[in-house]
Design a binder for this molecule. Structure first.
Ligand SMILES: *[C@@H]1O[C@H](CO)[C@@H](O)[C@H](O)[C@H]1NC(C)=O
Ligand SMILES: *[C@@H]1O[C@H](CO)[C@@H](O)[C@H](O)[C@H]1NC(C)=O
Ligand SMILES: *[C@@H]1O[C@H](CO)[C@@H](O)[C@H](O)[C@H]1NC(C)=O
Ligand SMILES: *[C@@H]1O[C@H](CO)[C@@H](O)[C@H](O)[C@H]1NC(C)=O
Ligand SMILES: *[C@@H]1O[C@H](CO)[C@@H](O)[C@H](O)[C@H]1NC(C)=O
Ligand SMILES: *[C@@H]1O[C@H](CO)[C@@H](O)[C@H](O)[C@H]1NC(C)=O
Ligand SMILES: *[C@@H]1O[C@H](CO)[C@@H](O)[C@H](O)[C@H]1NC(C)=O
Length: 447
């Protein structure tokens, strides 16, 4: 079977080496336009400054900003102050003692802004605000992929219309984002009168912020395991995918079954496994039909203290070039340019499985779906690991895949080797449709 192993290896060597993104600041080939842009639109000038609308737009297809939401900071170029805000607020007022009559909202030379909650009173709101800093990913819900607030800036230098903010920082549910300098851009155009007239803002400044797991210094958060109907072997996650289990059984990096404490304070505690990942994505090839094939996708949560709400899972697999149906998840195909395999994005259905519950005494939390994919007879095969995903991401984080030489192999144990070698020869030399042979093989192994 060494020849099969080397075929699998050769096949995977051709794949783009996506994991490299973990170690450098390179972009994600599956989401080349992925970024969060921060847009400062000047709406009008005032006697001592200007009024701007600031928009934080998430362009990432499958990376969202979850609780506790975004935090946007910058450094004023001069001695600007924020007179007032709507739709967000500065977390510190700073030293406003030099203002006698009217006290600004914030005098900090380096203000940090956060979103209001959904229960904010009407006088503090603005369009596109008040979602607690949560941004949906672009592919899942573009209408909730941005936040917007209004800011009245004063005390700008005399005879000056204001200077661009410097050193923008974006913390979006933790570190990992790096923002470029704020640059001049063509003024934002928007439509009025039901789309019949276009108006534009006075001035637009833009900064682009990109995420890097390396900057976030995140260890992997998930791993992938595989199984098939034709081989009883389950390929589990690579051990130590997300860290190694400490040798001391009393050290509390994870909790073994049976020693469940009554009060859980540490939200980072996970169920003990060889992979030590908080999440595992399992891909099971269930059935092969004449014109379709069926897969079961299961996401398990090994955390004892953390639910995953509004999760998403991305699967890169050439099979998604054909029509497919996910029965229990919402899904979409993400357009790609220059990536050979198609990518499908899955997320929970409202009121059904948008939340992956944390593990408890009874076991791990999980969500699962069956996926029916149409076969493309020219490419479909069970050989060479074709049926397994090329890459899986959970919430935008790349999951550790098992090595191709550990993938479940086509069966040969139930028949003697000469027969199986003969069958392989037959399949490869005469280009027989492999799945038909397999159904027979599978039948034998079940007997
Ligand atoms: C990326 O953005 C460019 C310019 O906005 C657009 O032409 C291109 O189609 C986008 N690519 C993807 C994969 O969305
Ligand atoms: C506050 O600002 C005033 C005027 O700029 C300055 O005199 C004072 O020292 C500052 N106070 C503190 C605590 O920094
Ligand atoms: C809400 O608006 C009122 C009146 O404009 C203002 O005094 C208050 O500081 C605002 N609250 C926040 C959180 O911005
Ligand atoms: C600002 O402009 C006005 C009129 O152009 C001029 O009289 C004044 O001296 C300028 N002030 C400064 C500080 O440049
Ligand atoms: C902006 O950041 C750079 C590099 O960290 C630093 O050298 C510079 O002093 C900062 N500028 C301001 C105004 O804080
Ligand atoms: C699927 O996702 C879309 C976009 O988020 C949403 O509008 C729709 O309600 C979802 N469908 C279900 C069944 O949750
Ligand atoms: C298939 O045959 C090879 C070589 O004889 C053996 O190492 C391997 O375990 C067999 N595979 C299965 C699934 O039995």
């Amino acid at each position: 079977m060494n020849t099969t192993t080397s075929r699998v290896w050769r096949y995977f060597q051709l794949l783009p080496f996506i994991m490299i993104c973990r170690f450098s600041d390179c972009y994600d080939p599956l989401d080349p336009n992925g970024s969060i842009t921060v847009i400062f639109d000047t709406l009008k000038y005032t006697h001592d400054g200007y009024v701007a609308r600031v928009t934080i737009q998430n362009n990432y297809q499958y990376r969202h900003v979850e609780e506790p939401g975004w935090k946007l900071g910058w450094t004023w170029a001069k001695n600007e102050v924020i007179w007032s805000m709507a739709g967000a607020f500065a977390i510190q007022q700073g030293n406003c003692s030099s203002f006698n009559y009217q006290v600004p909202h914030s005098c900090k030379p380096d203000p940090v802004i956060v979103d209001l909650m959904s229960d904010a009173p009407a006088q503090n709101r603005s369009d596109g605000c008040c979602r607690g800093g949560i941004l949906s990913s672009w592919a899942i819900n573009p209408s909730a992929s941005y936040s917007s607030f209004k800011i009245t800036v004063g005390n700008v230098e005399e005879n000056c219309t204001g200077s661009k903010p410097l050193n923008l920082t974006l913390a979006a549910s933790g570190p990992g984002y790096t923002c470029g300098p704020v640059m001049d851009s063509s003024p934002t155009v928007y439509s009025v009168i039901g789309g019949r007239r276009e108006e534009q803002v006075l001035r637009t400044w833009i900064s682009t912020c990109t995420y890097s797991s390396y900057v976030a210094s995140k260890t992997p958060i998930c791993c992938v395991s595989l199984s098939t109907f034709y081989n009883p072997t389950i390929t589990s996650c690579p051990s130590c995918s997300c860290g190694c289990r400490v040798a001391d059984p009393l050290a509390t990096s994870c909790i073994s079954e049976g020693v469940f404490p009554s009060n859980l304070l540490d939200i980072d505690l996970i169920h003990c496994t060889d992979h030590m990942c908080p999440l595992r994505v399992h891909w099971h090839i269930m059935n092969i039909y004449v014109s379709h094939w069926r897969v079961k996708l299961t996401v398990s949560n090994f955390n004892y203290g953390k639910d995953y709400s509004d999760w998403n899972v991305l699967v890169q697999h050439p099979g998604f070039g054909q029509p497919s149906t996910a029965f229990s998840f919402n899904s979409t195909i993400i357009p790609t340019v220059g990536v050979p395999e198609d990518i499908a994005l899955f997320w929970g259905k409202a009121f059904h499985n948008t939340n992956i519950l944390k593990a408890d005494k009874g076991g791990v939390g999980s969500v699962t779906t069956e996926i029916l994919l149409q076969k493309d007879s020219s490419s479909f095969t069970l050989g060479n690991g074709w049926g397994f995903p090329r890459a899986i991401y959970f919430n935008g984080e790349n999951c550790r895949m098992p090595l191709p030489d550990t993938f479940p192999m086509l069966p040969n144990s139930s028949l003697n080797r000469r027969t199986s070698n003969f069958l392989f020869l037959l399949m490869f030399s005469f280009y027989l449709s492999i799945q038909d042979v397999l159904c027979v093989l599978n039948h034998f192994s079940l007997l």
